[in-house]
Design a binder for this molecule. Structure first.
Ligand code: BG6
Length: 506
C-alpha cells in the first residue's frame, strides 16, 4: 500500500466530445469572417475545439469578407476575438499552433474574381497541407448574399474530396423564399451536403431532452395526453435587439425565434422515439410533429412589443426608440401561442409557448406539467401548498432538470408541500458547458447532420408561421403593450387563464 492518496478518477462523461473521432483533414471557409457571428461564436468555438484537440491535424481556416485585410491582420483580429469571447482561458501555446492555420481573403463575391481567389487559395492549401480537397463552406453572411456565393462555389466544384455547405439562419423569410433558397442550394449541392444551422440543437440541454426521454424507461409511458396536462415552453431574453434593427424589423420574434428555435424545442419534446439516432430517423420523427401542428386561431396567438421599462435594474428604451426602428413599427418582440399537436399521443394537450425580448430574465425552459393525482386522500387544507408534478428542463441558464413532487412537511400531522428534485449539469459532470457552435462545427466536419434542420422541417415551420402572420395583416396591434422588464403583455396571461391555467411562476 502506498501512502499517497489514489489519484481521483477522471469522470469519463465529463468531456463527451473527446470520445468522438477526429474529422478528416479539411479547409473551413467562413464567408462573412469580419462579422459578429465569427467573432463571437465561430472563432471562440474553434479555439475551444483546438484546446481539446478535436480539430483535424491537417486543417485550414479561410476567412472571406469584403473588409480589407491579410493573414496577419486576420490572425490578430481573431486572437482578440478569442480573448474576449472564448469560454476557455487564453493559452498562448494553443493559439500559436492554431494561428498559422488561419488565412484571409478580402473579396466581394459580386465580382467574379472573388471565386477565383478562393479557388486558388484552396488549391494551394490542399497542396501545402494535404487537405485532400475536403471543404466546409460556412455562409455567415446576410441571406441576399447566399445565391451569388452558392452559385460561384457550385460552379467550381470538383469531385476530389467531400464538400459541405453550412447555412446560417434566417433560412428564407417565408415558405416561398425558403423553397426558392432550397432550390438554389440543390442546384449545386445534395441535401446531405447542406447543413442548416439552428444553434439551439447544438445546446447540450436540448440534446439532453432526447437522453432524458429515450434513455430512461420511466418517462416514456407517461409522456402523453393521459398523464400530461399541458406543456409550457419559454424562450425569454432580457436583452433587446442590440444593433440588429435592420434584420429584426423584418423578422420579429415570430421569425427570429418561433419559426426555428421554439418549434425545434417543441418537436423534440413531442416526437416519437426514433428507431436509431441517425440523422434521417431523427428528422423523420421531428417532421411528423411539425406536420401534426394545428394552425392556431387568432385567439390562440398573442403578439407583443416592449415599451420603456427597467430590465435587471437598468433603464431600457422602448422598441420603437431603438436605433434603426421605425417610430410606428408594428414588429413583434414577443409571441405567445397555444398550439396543439394533432396525433394520438398529444390530442387535446395544449403546448403553451412564449418567447420575447426585454423580458424580466434570461431563461429557456421546457416544462411538462403532469395531471394532478386523481384522488389525494389528504385534507384540503393540508395540501394547499401542493401543486401537480412538473418536470422542468432548464435549457439555460442553470442548465439541468428538476422534478416538482409533493412531500410531507416534517412534524406532526400530514401537511404536504411541493419540493424539487434537481439535477444540475455543473454539479453532476464537473465541467463547463460546451457552446452549441463547438458541437455543430465539429458535426459539419464529421458529416453528421442529425443536429441540423432538413429542408422539409424548415418548410413545415414556415407553413405555420405564414398562416399566423397572414392573420396578423388584418388588424393593427396596439403597441407597445408590455413594459421592458416584465413577463409580456397581459393578454398572454389571459391566454392561459381562460383555460384555468397560468404560466409557471418565476
Ligand atoms: C438567435 C436570434 O438565433 O438566437 C437572437 O437571432 C437571439 O435574436 C439568439 O438573441 C438567442 O440565442 P441564445 O443562444 O443566446 O439563447
Amino acid at each position: 500500500m502506498t501512502a499517497t492518496a489514489p489519484k481521483q478518477q477522471e469522470n469519463p462523461l465529463a468531456e463527451g466530445l473527446a470520445l468522438r473521432r477526429t474529422p478528416d483533414p479539411c479547409a473551413l471557409v467562413i464567408f462573412g469572417a469580419s462579422g459578429d457571428l465569427n467573432h463571437k461564436k465561430l472563432m471562440p468555438a474553434l479555439y475551444a475545439l483546438a484546446v481539446r484537440r478535436l480539430l483535424p491535424q491537417r486543417f485550414a481556416i479561410v476567412g472571406v469578407a469584403r473588409t480589407e485585410g491579410d493573414d496577419e491582420s486576420f490572425r490578430q483580429d481573431m486572437e482578440a476575438a478569442v480573448k474576449q469571447h472564448a469560454r476557455d482561458e487564453f493559452r498562448q501555446d494553443t493559439w500559436d499552433e492554431l494561428a498559422p492555420q488561419l488565412h484571409y481573403l478580402s473579396t466581394d463575391f459580386a465580382d467574379t474574381s472573388g471565386e477565383d481567389k478562393v479557388h486558388d487559395l484552396l488549391e494551394k492549401l490542399d497542396e501545402d497541407e494535404e487537405l485532400g480537397g475536403n471543404r466546409v463552406f460556412y455562409l455567415a453572411v446576410p441571406p441576399p448574399a447566399f445565391p451569388t456565393i452558392v452559385e460561384a462555389l457550385g460552379k467550381r466544384r470538383d469531385d476530389r474530396g467531400w464538400t459541405r455547405l453550412v447555412v446560417e439562419k434566417p433560412f428564407g423569410h417565408d415558405l416561398a423564399s425558403a423553397q426558392q433558397l432550397t432550390a438554389t442550394l440543390l442546384e449545386y449541392f445534395k441535401e446531405e451536403e447542406i447543413f442548416r444551422i439552428d444553434h439551439y440543437l447544438g445546446k447540450e440541454t436540448v440534446q439532453n431532452m432526447l437522453a432524458l426521454r429515450f434513455a430512461n424507461g420511466i418517462f416514456e409511458p407517461i409522456w402523453n395526453r393521459q398523464f400530461v396536462d399541458h406543456v409550457q415552453i419559454t424562450v425569454a431574453e432580457s436583452i433587446g435587439i442590440e444593433a440588429r434593427a435592420g434584420y429584426y424589423e423584418h423578422a420579429g420574434a415570430i421569425r427570429d425565434i418561433f419559426q426555428n428555435h421554439l418549434l425545434q424545442l417543441l418537436a423534440l419534446t413531442a416526437m416519437e422515439p426514433p428507431i436509431d439516432f441517425t440523422s434521417d430517423s431523427v428528422h423523420n420523427e421531428k417532421v411528423k410533429v411539425l406536420r401534426a401542428l394545428h394552425t392556431p386561431g387568432p385567439k390562440s396567438v398573442v403578439r407583443g412589443q416592449y415599451g420603456r421599462g427597467f430590465v435587471e435594474g437598468e433603464e431600457a428604451v422602448a422598441y420603437r426608440e431603438e436605433a434603426g426602428v421605425a417610430a410606428d413599427s408594428v414588429t413583434d418582440t414577443y409571441v405567445a401561442a397555444k398550439l396543439y399537436v394533432d396525433n394520438w399521443r398529444w390530442a387535446d394537450t395544449p403546448f403553451y409557448v412564449r418567447m420575447g425580448k426585454r423580458l424580466a430574465r434570461h431563461e429557456t425552459t421546457i416544462a411538462i406539467q403532469f395531471k394532478a393525482a386523481p384522488h389525494p386522500p389528504f385534507e384540503e387544507a393540508a395540501s394547499e401548498g401542493l401543486r401537480p408534478n412538473v418536470l422542468v428542463v432548464h435549457v439555460q441558464p442553470d442548465e439541468g432538470v428538476s422534478l416538482a413532487i409533493g412531500a410531507k412537511v416534517p412534524g406532526q400531522g400530514m401537511t404536504i408541500r411541493t419540493v424539487h428534485m434537481d439535477f444540475l449539469y455543473g454539479g453532476a459532470f464537473r465541467t463547463g458547458m460546451p457552446e452549441a457552435y463547438e458541437r455543430l462545427i465539429l458535426d459539419t466536419m464529421l458529416g453528421d447532420s442529425t443536429l441540423f434542420t432538413r429542408a422539409d422541417e424548415v418548410e413545415e415551420q414556415w407553413l405555420l408561421v405564414d398562416s399566423i402572420v397572414a392573420a396578423w395583416q388584418r388588424d393593427k396591434p396596439a403597441f407597445p403593450n408590455y413594459p421592458a422588464g416584465s413577463w409580456g403583455p397581459p393578454s398572454a396571461d389571459e391566454l392561459l387563464h381562460r383555460d384555468g391555467r397560468s404560466w409557471r411562476r418565476h
